[in-house]
Design a protein around this ligand. Structure first.
Ligand SMILES: [Zn+2]
Ligand SMILES: [Zn+2]
Length: 384
């Protein structure tokens, strides 16, 4: 890059022995010619301005100028002597704006913020409407099966009376007389360096280039009106607590033809007494009797589809879990379902009569090691 740099004197258009005054004069002329405020969005002018600043930065400094005269760019540009970003001779700010002394300060003060701020946001550019966030609460079962809910939406819509123009029906916005529709006005400023012209956003029309004389009474010229409406939203099966749905284009109306915002609905799912959910699997507990556990039985397992018959084997233990494949929650936006995991709880009978207690004791006495292996283990443990 540095290889095709132009000679600093050439950049400013002065002789090698130019006096300070001549330098200053040349610099002013170049600034007038290439200042970015006079050439918005002109990359070429911006590059030229950088080049001019760099040249003036060096040549206006006695020491740097002397080094430049003697060694050329190698005398002033750190990248020549010490590679990228190296220290070198220092003192030169690498061609960026700023750092050019008193004159720079004067520019800063009257161009307001200086260079590099040429990208004003265009007030006529299409802008997307705001997203609207809301929440709904549904039951556990509704989340599993899907449902429809009515929600209230409070949003900005295109004004039906003016069609979004903001001008009273039958009239239209007019070209702004201050800026003649350009949205910008020229500002002339006198400074010690001469007269400068710059542009700024037109105050009268806010940069839009148009003014509304006869404002639409329905929207006060905003082009949008607030409306509260009820909307039926279908909640897909498989949704889980805390998940959100995004309905594209159902938020606030966009501006200048921009697209509408979205409607974002957070779904809160109430807990269920019987079922717990993890992903698309469901967990539940099923009470069984001591006898059912010992002898096995066909039991009823409640699932989200209702009661399902399931045969548990003889010798089922408290806490054993049985898996019903594909009987959990339908997968959101996909096919297939999770599983249902049913854990049995053996219910120990309470309030036994004398006769029942005697029968139970007699039954327990009849058990041997084969029926209850842990009985032996415990007695062995006590013996040792
Ligand atoms: Zn209107
Ligand atoms: Zn204007």
């Amino acid at each position: 890059m540095a290889d095709n740099k132009r000679d600093y004197y050439e950049v400013l258009g002065v002789q090698k022995g130019a006096s300070d005054d001549e330098l200053k004069k040349a610099y002013r002329a170049m600034v007038k010619k290439y200042h970015p405020d006079l050439h918005p969005d002109d990359k070429d002018a911006e590059e030229k301005m950088k080049e001019v600043n760099e040249a003036y930065d060096i040549l206006s400094d006695k020491e740097k100028r002397a080094r430049y005269d003697q060694f050329g760019f190698a005398g002033v540009d750190p990248s020549y002597s010490a590679g990228q970003g190296g220290g070198g001779f220092g003192g030169f700010s690498g061609g960026s704006y700023g750092g050019f002394g008193d004159i720079g300060d004067i520019f800063e003060s009257f161009f307001g913020g200086g260079f590099g701020q040429q990208t004003r946001s265009n007030p006529n550019a299409p802008r997307k409407g705001q997203d609207i966030k809301t929440a709904v609460q549904i039951s556990f079962m509704e989340a599993c099966k899907g449902t429809g809910v009515d929600i209230r939406v409070n949003r900005l819509e295109r004004c039906p009376d003016c069609g979004g123009t903001g001008a009273r029906a039958g009239t239209s916005a007019e070209i702004c007389p201050d800026c003649r529709g350009t949205g910008t006005v020229r500002v002339t400023q006198r400074t010690p360096l001469g007269v400068f012209q710059s542009t700024k956003s037109c105050d009268r029309c806010g940069g839009k280039g148009k003014v509304i004389k006869d404002v639409c009474p329905s929207c006060q010229g905003q082009g949008r009106v607030r409306r509260v409406l009820s909307k039926n939203v279908s909640i897909p099966q498989g949704i889980d607590d805390g998940q959100t749905l995004r309905i594209t284009g159902e938020g606030d109306c966009g501006l200048n033809g921009g697209q509408n915002g979205d409607l974002i609905i957070r779904v809160n799912v109430r807990a269920d007494e019987m079922f717990e959910r993890e992903g698309f699997d469901i967990y539940s507990e099923v009470p069984i009797s001591y006898m059912q556990a010992a002898l096995g039985d066909e039991i009823n397992i409640p699932t989200i589809d209702g009661s399902v018959k399931y045969r548990i084997p003889a010798g089922t233990q408290n806490g054993d879990t049985f898996h019903l494949r594909g009987q959990g929650v339908p997968r959101l936006y996909r096919s297939g379902r999770g599983d249902h995991h049913a854990t049995v709880r053996v219910v120990v009978p309470k309030g036994l009569s004398k006769k029942q207690a005697d029968l139970l004791k007699a039954f327990d006495d009849s058990l041997d090691d084969r029926n209850r292996p842990d009985k032996r283990k415990f007695s062995d443990w006590f013996k040792s």
